[in-house]
Design a binder for this molecule. Structure first.
Ligand code: NAD
Ligand code: ZN
Ligand code: ZN
Length: 391
């Protein structure tokens, strides 16, 4: 079976052999190998990935100890991407061959009580279960050349020339948008923007504290700036992130490693904001920093939004009296956005120049060099590294 490199009708209904970057063992470099990918079953879509990028959540699954309940090896990571529909299974009417689509880790069935509510984006019919391969039957569409199963990640698995995703994980997007910008909207950047606009609903003239200035935290900054926040404080251990953050709207910076021993980060932020920030966002994934973010928020109405994914199972410690004093804490997957309706709106805002996505792409590498994307992120040198697939 030849390796195919462009969307063709030749393989409709048949398996495709293509290259994928396989995570064979926890924390080891990905290995690019040929895999065989089944045709899409009912309600499924086979996508030719055009470009993909590395989100910290991929690193979390890559590093995960093989005994962890959500670890699966060998696995094809990757969940930020854009691609072309190669073929569709039965019952798929929403997209057709040749459509440009963004796969999203969060399903959006449009039928369940949550999909039907403006209060939630947490599709309860399909949910977000990292141990499952395909959402409907739980099985994988990928095999290695020995015929052994290769697992999916978060319903996407974009570190492959082709992937199969459930139609609930696919968003059709206009061909007008540059591919790298569409890719950014697939997870981290949309998550940060949604958290600021939809979950927190940041208002003009308010103060904001953002813990973690990766793509997610910087997207919160862009969105808060766009809403007219008066002070946007970035908290990060990497001092380079202050200079970088300024172009995204960060006005002030706190490096936890250089605050004085007498004062915690939350005390420093309270001093800077006359009693606490109006909105705090945790974009790292550590329970201790979620507490610190909450402690940095203002009594009376301070709102803390948890975005970082805490995979250690650490409990969150909060002082209940702070809650009595009016502070709130919430969280969201994908920034509270409903992928199918909100993602095309963000793309349109970008095209209308109402949303600035400049600066998020720090590097670009070819697919064969995908491990460099991990190096850049782990060394603190990357915001988003675009991984280009072969044409
Ligand atoms: N909720 C969601 O839907 C969703 C979506 C995407 C990503 N995430 C999560 O958001 C988090 C951020 O993702 P990202 O891709 O922006 O990550 P990233 O690695 O690009 O950025 C994280 C930033 O946090 C900083 N940092 C790390 N430890 C720190 C500490 N102890 N104190 C201060 N700063 C620290 C790093 O220097 C870095 O700048 C991750 O936990 C990721 O899994 C959640
Ligand atoms: Zn992500
Ligand atoms: Zn649903």
């Amino acid at each position: 079976m030849p390796i195919i490199r462009s969307v063709t009708r030749e393989y409709i209904g048949k398996p495709i052999r293509c290259k994928a970057a396989i995570c064979k063992k926890s924390g080891e470099p990905l290995v690019i190998e040929e895999v065989e990918l089944d045709p899409p079953k009912s309600w499924e879509v086979r996508i030719k990935i055009l470009c993909t990028s590395l989100c910290h959540s991929d690193v979390t699954f890559w590093k995960m100890n093989s005994s962890a309940p959500t670890a699966r090896f060998p696995r094809i990571l990757g969940h930020e991407a854009v691609g072309l529909v190669e073929s569709v299974g039965e019952n798929v009417e929403e997209v057709k061959e040749g459509d440009l689509v963004v796969p999203v880790f969060l399903p959006n069935c449009g039928e369940c009580i949550d999909c039907g509510s403006t209060k939630s984006n947490n599709c309860t019919k399909f949910g977000n279960k990292p141990i499952r391969d395909m959402p409907r039957d739980g099985t994988s569409r990928f095999r290695d050349m020995k015929g052994e199963v290769v697992h999916h990640l978060l319903g996407v698995s974009s570190f492959s020339e082709y992937t199969v995703v459930d139609v609930t994980h696919v968003v059709k997007i206009t061909h007008d948008i540059p591919l790298d910008k569409a890719c950014l909207l697939s997870c981290g950047v949309s998550t940060g923007i949604g958290a600021a606009w939809k979950v927190a609903d940041v208002e003009k003239g308010t103060t904001v504290a953002i813990f973690g200035l990766g793509a997610v935290g910087l997207a919160v900054a862009v969105a808060a700036k766009q809403r007219g926040a008066s002070k946007i404080i970035g908290v990060d251990l990497n001092h380079d992130k202050f200079e970088i953050g300024k172009q995204f709207g960060i006005t002030d910076f706190v490096n936890p490693s250089s605050t004085s021993n007498e004062k915690s980060v939350s005390e420093v932020i309270k001093d800077m904001t006359n009693g606490g920030a109006d909105y705090c966002f945790e974009c790292i994934g550590l329970a201790s920093l979620m507490t610190e973010a909450f402690n940095s928020s203002r009594e009376g109405w301070g709102k803390t939004v948890i975005i970082g994914v805490e995979m250690h199972g650490s409990p969150l410690t909060l002082n209940p009296y702070d809650i009595l004093k009016g502070k709130t804490i919430t969280g969201s997957l994908f920034g509270g956005l409903k992928p199918k309706s909100d993602l095309p709106l963000l793309a349109q805002k970008y095209l209308d120049k109402e949303l600035n996505l400049d600066g998020f792409i720090s590097q670009e590498v070819d697919f064969k060099d995908i491990n460099k994307a991990f190096d850049y992120l782990l060394q603190g040198k990357s915001i988003r590294c675009i991984i280009r697939m072969d044409p």
